[in-house]
Design a protein. Structure first.
Length: 343
C-alpha cells in the first residue's frame, strides 16, 4: 500500500458523496424560481389570523433549466463532471409545477412556512437512558398537495482519475435519466443543533419515479454501442406491507396500484415520541475539524448524518434485455449514516 492510498480513498468518497447529494437534492426539492402575489378579497381577510409564519401559493409554473457543465475537482486534480444537465417535462420541454392550481386540485401548491417552539424527545445519547422532554425551536415548510411534471437528464457523466494505471484521460461513463418524478406532498423541518455548528433537520416525503435509467457505452470505439440498467415505477414511502392483499412479488397488489396512500419516507426525526420512549434522531449537517486519519494533521470537514426510515419498492429492474422483475425493501431503519466531506 502506498502513501497516497488514504488520499485516493478520500477523493473517491468526496466524488461519490457529492453525486449522491446532487441526485437527492434534484429529486427531493423542486426548483422554485418565481412567485406570484395575488390580492386577497376583503371577505377572505376575515378568515386570516395572526401566526408565526406565512403561506405561499405557487401556481402554473413552466420552467426550463439547462446547465452546460457542472464539475467537482478533487485535491489530486481528478474530477467528476456532469455535462448537458437538463431539467424538463420528460420530453425536453419546460417542466411544470402546480399546473392544476385553482382547477382540478384547488389547494395544490400551497406551502405553509412556519417558525415555532415545541416539546420533543431528546436525541439518543448512547447510554441506554430513556429520552427526556426538551423544547426545540424550528422552522417548517409543509405542502399537503403538490403537482409537478418533472424529470432530469445528465447527457454525459465524465470521470477523470489522474492516478489511474489504466488511463488518465477523461472517461465518459454514460447517460443518466430520472423521471418523471412525482412528489404528492412533503414536510421539512430545520432546527439549530443541540451540539455542533450546523443544523439539524427532518425531511418527510412521498415519491414515485417513473424510471431511473443508466446507459453506458460498452465499445470505446463506437459511441452508439451501449447497454442500459433501468428501474421502473420506483416508490419511496412509509409502508406497503400493512395492506392485507399485499404481495411483494405482484405489483398489482401494492398500495400505489390500489389507490391507497403509502405514507412518507423519512430522513431524520426531529421529534421522537415520548409516549413510547422513542428518542429523536435528527439528520444533521455540521462543520468541524479534526485529526481524521490519525496522522497528526488537522483537516476541516463537513460532517453529515442521514438516518432514514421507510420502504422502497420498484416494479421492474431491467439489465439490458433481461427483466429481473419487481423488488421490495420494506422496513428500512437506518439509525446512523455518517458521511464526511474533506477538502
Amino acid at each position: 500500500m502506498t502513501n497516497r492510498d488514504p488520499m485516493k480513498r478520500k477523493n473517491t468518497l468526496n466524488l461519490l458523496v457529492l453525486t449522491l447529494m446532487v441526485a437527492l437534492f434534484l429529486i427531493s426539492y423542486p426548483c422554485i424560481l418565481f412567485a406570484e402575489l395575488t390580492p386577497i378579497e376583503d371577505n377572505c381577510l376575515e378568515d386570516v389570523y395572526g401566526s408565526s409564519g406565512i403561506s405561499i401559493a405557487l401556481k402554473n409554473f413552466q420552467i426550463f433549466n439547462h446547465i452546460d457543465s457542472f464539475r467537482y475537482c478533487a485535491t489530486d486534480n481528478g474530477y467528476l463532471e456532469f455535462n448537458n444537465i437538463r431539467i424538463h417535462n420528460g420530453t425536453f420541454g419546460p417542466y411544470l409545477l402546480n399546473f392544476d392550481f385553482g382547477t382540478a386540485v384547488t389547494d395544490s401548491g400551497i406551502i405553509y412556512v412556519d417558525a415555532f417552539e415545541t416539546a420533543v424527545a431528546s436525541p439518543y445519547d448512547w447510554t441506554g437512558n430513556a429520552p427526556e422532554e426538551i423544547y426545540r425551536g424550528m422552522t417548517s415548510a409543509v405542502c399537503n398537495n403538490w403537482d409537478q411534471v418533472y424529470a432530469f437528464t445528465i447527457m454525459d457523466f465524465i470521470f477523470c482519475d489522474p492516478s489511474s494505471v489504466v488511463t488518465t484521460d477523461p472517461v465518459n461513463l454514460g447517460q443518466i435519466d430520472i423521471g418523471l418524478i412525482d412528489i404528492p406532498y412533503f414536510e421539512s423541518y430545520i432546527s439549530p443543533p443541540i451540539d455542533g455548528s450546523g443544523f439539524d433537520f427532518e425531511s418527510d416525503f412521498q415519491m414515485k419515479i417513473d424510471e431511473f435509467s443508466y446507459a453506458y457505452q460498452i465499445n470505446p470505439s463506437d459511441v452508439t454501442d451501449f447497454e442500459s440498467l433501468s428501474f421502473e415505477n420506483i416508490y419511496f414511502g412509509e409502508s406497503f406491507s400493512d395492506l392485507a392483499s399485499d404481495d411483494p412479488r405482484d405489483p398489482s397488489t401494492w398500495k400505489p396500484n390500489n389507490n391507497t396512500d403509502y405514507g412518507s419516507f423519512k430522513i431524520g426525526d426531529l421529534f421522537g415520541d415520548m409516549a413510547t420512549s422513542t428518542p429523536s434522531n435528527p439528520a444533521s449537517i455540521n462543520v468541524a475539524e479534526g485529526d481524521i486519519y490519525e496522522d497528526g494533521d488537522i483537516y476541516g470537514f463537513v460532517d453529515i448524518n442521514l438516518p432514514m426510515q421507510g420502504s422502497l419498492r420498484f416494479e421492474s429492474a431491467q439489465f439490458d434485455t433481461v427483466d429481473f422483475g419487481p423488488g421490495a425493501i420494506d422496513g428500512i431503519n437506518v439509525y446512523r449514516l455518517g458521511l464526511q466531506l474533506i477538502p
